[in-house]
Design a protein around this ligand. Structure first.
Ligand SMILES: [Zn+2]
Length: 145
């Protein structure tokens, strides 16, 4: 697994491009700070840390489906936690050396929005824990057929 070197959230390599004014207009202030400036919401403050209904979680920046309820688990940390994304191409892993720690940042691979971080203390089978901000994702309940 390779971790991309640090680069901007509005790097031209991302498929989706919006101006800063457009991002501000489309996102609420918390979503904007988290998704576009890599802020972290306070633990137990977000909409989804305690949500376990069936459904999927889409990127607030571009609507790409990122995670499903099938891989969501209660990590007790106060943020939505998943053992894996919907597939390996929807998220990007970027080395993050901010705040005096070396972590692996998780971004939407389509629009560059910051989602959270991934740690190696998750459950089987992946052993990974995707610790994601509620403000970066939008829950879509599974509709009953
Ligand atoms: Zn996105």
């Amino acid at each position: 697994m390779s971790h991309n070197k640090p680069h901007a959230h509005d790097d031209p390599k991302y498929a989706v491009h919006k101006t800063d004014a457009e991002w501000r207009a489309e996102l609420d202030p918390m979503q904007y700070q988290v998704a576009r400036h890599a802020a972290t919401e306070r633990a137990f403050s977000g909409a989804y840390w305690d949500t376990f209904k069936p459904g999927q979680y889409d990127c607030v920046g571009c609507g790409t489906p990122l995670f499903t309820s099938d891989s969501k688990f209660d990590a007790g940390c106060g943020w939505p936690s998943y053992s894996q994304p919907i597939n390996s191409t929807v998220v990007e892993r970027v080395r993050d050396a901010s705040h005096g720690m070396v972590r692996v940042e998780v971004r939407c691979n389509h629009c560059g929005s910051h989602l959270g971080h991934v740690f190696n203390d998750g459950p089987t089978p992946t052993g990974e824990r995707f610790c994601i901000n509620s403000a970066a994702i939008a829950f879509k309940p599974k509709t009953q057929a």
